[in-house]
Each structure stands twice: as structure tokens, then as C-alpha cells.
Design a protein around this ligand. Structure first.
Ligand SMILES: Cc1cc2nc3c(=O)[nH]c(=O)nc-3n(C[C@H](O)[C@H](O)[C@H](O)COP(=O)(O)OP(=O)(O)OC[C@H]3O[C@@H](n4cnc5c(N)ncnc54)[C@H](O)[C@@H]3O)c2cc1C
Length: 506
């Protein structure tokens, strides 16, 4: 019998880990509470419209290709990606805009219209980041986390110092561009790390660099098709996925996992258990008190969790052909560097930043002829800040619809055919996300690398975590890197005998 591993949750992290483990020869099973795979990415159908629910921005396609290739599958048999141009349009508080694009010459031409020295400043930044990517990606993002002491390597520290990791993203971009529009445009990915640019370390300037260098992509059929592709790949590798089968608890005896207990009361044995359920949710609901280690309620309440998002998913009976796929409105309030703006600790009902995805222009299959779907996302406080959504939801929705013309979406109200709204409470209650913090733990220094929760549990043998809470962090590309690390740790702790490993000679 091969070594048996149970994965709790069929989110991207659970599916990717299952694919990798199964391809090595482990016997893997996934138990998923919902009726579909994909977690936050599972998407939904509303009448004739199909919507992505969570991720819309896909970076670094090579990590997806590697996942399939290293699992022994051909990526193109499962999904195709389309490259977007522009990557994203950022419209500013003063109604000017800039298109972030991987066409570097076109980007520099836009910069030249803002200020004559900016193209050169951008070139300096870009060249510095080619080096930063070499010294930063592999050792920090692309490899399993080390102990804190493991990072104290004089050679690595000396290589990192010129990049001033102590600087904030805000100060980093200000040093190059000295124009607030560019500072906020270039640092917009900090939002999906759950942080304001002035609170986020400049180590994350690698994310916009990777978008410039490798582009921003869209999976054909949307991210729900990507979720289905991961699910199909896992099944093709022999992984049964039990949908509609919520797990009640990880079954632990004497500090060692024995398997899981389902809501039905049935117990299923396993050699190891990988928890893909959201970390905060999983710690509180899936572990017996004795196995929580240092993650007590008190500890969780002191950890920094990301903002949540207010969502509108609109089916509309018109197309917005002239507007790009990704657009963000960067509001004047976004420039404020004090609470509540810096930490999303209160609902901004005057001038919130927001994002609109217009996917039908590249993916017309998600709406009937001449119609489109629009996906609107507004960062909002997570549920620890107690916004009264029963009282606020309608007026906040009206505010956002009234501001959509700022991004060129005119007359939306009169074209709406279907409408679904999520608040922080939806993410908490329907997606089992602790505090509705959709981007998981913040990425401040005390929650980075070895200071994030560990993939390999510190307190229970045979228990592993996979998802946005562990190193290297929240977001699809980093979670796929974490899946590689989870497989590495499990391989160390639960090695396969030669005869069980795939590829072993009989
Ligand atoms: C609005 C939004 C926008 C985003 N935008 C982007 C983006 O553009 N790019 C990007 O890279 N990332 C983005 N993200 C982040 C990305 O979606 C997440 O990082 C990713 O989905 C997390 O994956 P995961 O596998 O860790 O967990 P999840 O997707 O949360 O999956 C966890 C799974 O565990 C299941 N589960 C929980 N409890 C149980 C139980 N007791 N029994 C059985 N199953 C259980 C859940 O049902 C779920 O299927 C976005 C997220 C949101 C919400």
C-alpha cells in the first residue's frame, strides 16, 4: 500500500499539492465542503452569465506550466492562457491615466508625456529589478522556507542590501519617480498583499516587475476554468475528490495525525493530512484545542489579517469593447497615509479606490451575444472592524455604481440584468475565510518567511498547511510555489519506498 494523504479543501493550493503528491506516487484523496472545486476561485453562474468569483490577475504563467509538467501532464491539454495588453489601466484621482504594459517602449512613451526624465528613471528601475529577480525569486520565493537563522547568510545579506529591503514600497518608488501617480500605479499589487504601499516592504516591488517582464494573463474560460483544469488534472492523476463532504476535524492522537473525521461522523485514516482550508478558519474549527500550538484565539487576534472586499458581479446587456480588461480607480483617499485609510479599518463611503474587470472583451463565452459580465471589487474592512452590512450594503452598492463612470462604465445601472453582491460577511460565511480577509495574513515583516505559519505543523506530526497564510504568501503564484514546498516537506517526513515512487523500476 502506498502512503495515504488526505487534503482538506479543493482550493488552488489543495489541488496543486494533490497533483504534485499523486504524481510522485502517494495515494491522495481530497475532501471538499462545497459542490465545486476552486475555493475562492470557484466562480458561479447567474442566469445566462458566468462569473469568476476571486482571482482575475494571473502572473508568471511558467509556475502553472511547471506544476503540470512536474506532475507529468501536458499543460495545454488542460488550459490555455491569453496575454493581455495593456496589463492594467490605472486611472488617477485627477482623471489622468496610465496603462501598465509589458510593451516597455510603449510604456516609456507614456512616461515621456508625463515628465521628460521618467523613461530613464523607469529603465534604471527595470534593470535593477532584473538583478533583484535573480537574487530574490529563487532563494526567497521559489524555495521552501528556512529557519530564521538560515536567512542570516552573510553572502545573501550582502547581495540583498543594495536593494534596501527596509524601505517601504512607497519610498522605493518615490526614490525613482518622484510622482505620486507613478508611486501608486507601480505599487498597486500591495493591495492584494493586503497592505498600503507605505506599510509594505519594497521587497514586493518584484511583483510589478514580474508583471512588466512576463505579462498579465487570462485563462481561457476564466479562472473558474482554471479551477476545473486543476480538478481534472488531479483526477487524471488518480486523486478522488469528494465534493459536498465537509470535514469536522483533523483526527489527532498523541501529537500524530491519524486521519480526519467527517461531519457525518465517519473517520477516514491517513498517514498525513494537508489542510487547505483557510488558516485562521482551519485553526479555530478543524483542530482540537490541544493541537493549536501557539495559534490560540488570543494569538490570532493579534495577527494582522488583510482587508476584505466588497464585490458586485453584474450581468449587463451591453458590451464595453473600448475599455480594457483590468482597470483600477486610484482615489484621492488612497493617498492618505493615516488610519483608517492605511489599514482599511473603516469603510470609506466617500472616495474609495475600486477595480473593475471587463473579461467579456477577451472571453466572450461568459455572456450572451452583445452582453457582458462586469466584476467590481472594492477593498473594505475585514469583519473584525464590525461594519453593519445589513444597514450599509445598499447605499455602498449605489455609491460604487454611481462612480463606475470614472472608469468609463457609463449607464451601468440601466443595463443591469443580473446582480450579485458579496460583503466581508459573505467571504467569512460562504467561503470559510477567517474575518473575510480574502488576501489572508498581511505581509508585514513579523509575518514574513519563517514568521508566517509553517507548512509543516510545529505541534503535530503528519499535519501540513497549504494556502495563502504560509510562506511565500497570498496569491496564486505564491501558493503554487508553496505547493511545491509542501510536497518537499512531506517527501522528507513520509518518504516513499522505491517500489511506491512513480517512475521506479518494477
Ligand atoms: C476577490 C478576490 C480577488 C483575488 N484576486 C486575486 C488575483 O487577481 N490574483 C491572485 O493571484 N490571487 C487573487 N486572490 C487570492 C486567491 O484567490 C487566493 O489566494 C486563493 O484562492 C487561495 O487559495 P487557497 O487554496 O489557499 O484557499 P481557498 O481558495 O480558500 O480554498 C480553500 C478550500 O477549502 C475548503 N474548505 C474549508 N473548510 C473545509 C472543511 N471543513 N472541509 C472541507 N473543505 C473545506 C473551502 O471550501 C475551499 O474550497 C483573490 C482573492 C479574492 C477573494
Amino acid at each position: 500500500m502506498s502512503k495515504h494523504i488526505i487534503v482538506i479543501g479543493a482550493g488552488p493550493g489543495g489541488l496543486a499539492t494533490a497533483m504534485r503528491l499523486a504524481s510522485k506516487g502517494y495515494s491522495v484523496e481530497i475532501y471538499e465542503a462545497e459542490d465545486r472545486v476552486g475555493g475562492r476561485m470557484r466562480g458561479f453562474t447567474d442566469g445566462p452569465y458566468q462569473f469568476d468569483s476571486g482571482p482575475t490577475i494571473l502572473q508568471l504563467p511558467r509556475v502553472y506550466e511547471e506544476l503540470f509538467a512536474e506532475s507529468g501532464l501536458r499543460f495545454s491539454d488542460y488550459i490555455r492562457f491569453t496575454r493581455l495588453d495593456p496589463n492594467t489601466r490605472l486611472r488617477f484621482w485627477d482623471d489622468s491615466y496610465i496603462d501598465l504594459t509589458s510593451d516597455i517602449e510603449a510604456f516609456k512613451a507614456q512616461l515621456a508625456t508625463i515628465r521628460a526624465d521618467l523613461p530613464q528613471a523607469f529603465e534604471r528601475w527595470y534593470i535593477e529589478h532584473i538583478r533583484k529577480n535573480v537574487i530574490g525569486y529563487g532563494p526567497y520565493l521559489g524555495t521552501p522556507v528556512r529557519s530564521a537563522l538560515g536567512y542570516l547568510q552573510p553572502k545573501e545579506i550582502a547581495a540583498a542590501l543594495p536593494f534596501r529591503p527596509w524601505e517601504s514600497l512607497y519610498d522605493h518608488f518615490w526614490r525613482y519617480f518622484k510622482d505620486e501617480r507613478l508611486v501608486y500605479a507601480m505599487s498597486y499589487p500591495s493591495k492584494y498583499l493586503g497592505m498600503h504601499p507605505s506599510a509594505c516592504s519594497s521587497v514586493f516591488s518584484l511583483v510589478p516587475f514580474l508583471e512588466f517582464a512576463d505579462g498579465v494573463w487570462h485563462p481561457e474560460g476564466g479562472f473558474r476554468a482554471l479551477a476545473q483544469a486543476f480538478g481534472r488534472a488531479a483526477r487524471d492523476l488518480g486523486v478522488p475528490i469528494h465534493l459536498n463532504t465537509p470535514v469536522r476535524q483533523v483526527w489527532i492522537e498523541h501529537g500524530q495525525t491519524r486521519g480526519i473525521e467527517l461531519m457525518s461522523g465517519e473517520r477516514v485514516t491517513a498517514d498525513s493530512v494537508v489542510v487547505n482550508a483557510d488558516f485562521g478558519h482551519g485553526v479555530r474549527t478543524l483542530l482540537p484545542e490541544s493541537a493549536r500550538g501557539r495559534y490560540t484565539d488570543r494569538k490570532l487576534s493579534r495577527m494582522q489579517f488583510s482587508c476584505s472586499t466588497f464585490m458586485l458581479y453584474l450581468g449587463v446587456d451591453r458590451r464595453y469593447e473600448d475599455l480594457p480588461h483590468h482597470q483600477l480607480y486610484l482615489s484621492n483617499n488612497m493617498r492618505r497615509r493615516e488610519r483608517p485609510w492605511i489599514d482599511d479599518s473603516a469603510l470609506d463611503e466617500q472616495d474609495p479606490a475600486f477595480y473593475v474587470c471587463n473579461p467579456t472583451i477577451v472571453d466572450s463565452s461568459n455572456a450572451p451575444e452583445g452582453h457582458s459580465t462586469l466584476y467590481v471589487l472594492v477593498p473594505i474592512p475585514n469583519t473584525s472592524y464590525n461594519v453593519d452590512w445589513a444597514a450599509k450594503q445598499q447605499s455602498f452598492r449605489d455609491l460604487i455604481i454611481s462612480r463606475m463612470p470614472l472608469l468609463g462604465f457609463d449607464d451601468v445601472e440601466k443595463h443591469i440584468q443580473t446582480e450579485t453582491c458579496y460583503t466581508a460577511e459573505t467571504w467569512r460565511d460562504d467561503f470559510a475565510v477567517h474575518l473575510g480577509s480574502v488576501f489572508n495574513l498581511g505581509h508585514n515583516w513579523n509575518q514574513l518567511g519563517p514568521l508566517r505559519p509553517h507548512i509543516r505543523s510545529d505541534s503535530t506530526r503528519g499535519l501540513y498547511w497549504i494556502g495563502g497564510a504560509v510562506h511565500p504568501g497570498s496569491g496564486l503564484m505564491t501558493i503554487l510555489e508553496a505547493a511545491r514546498s509542501a510536497t518537499f516537506f512531506i517527501g522528507q517526513d513520509l518518504p516513499l519506498e522505491r517500489s511506491q515512487a512513480v517512475g521506479a523500476l518494477a
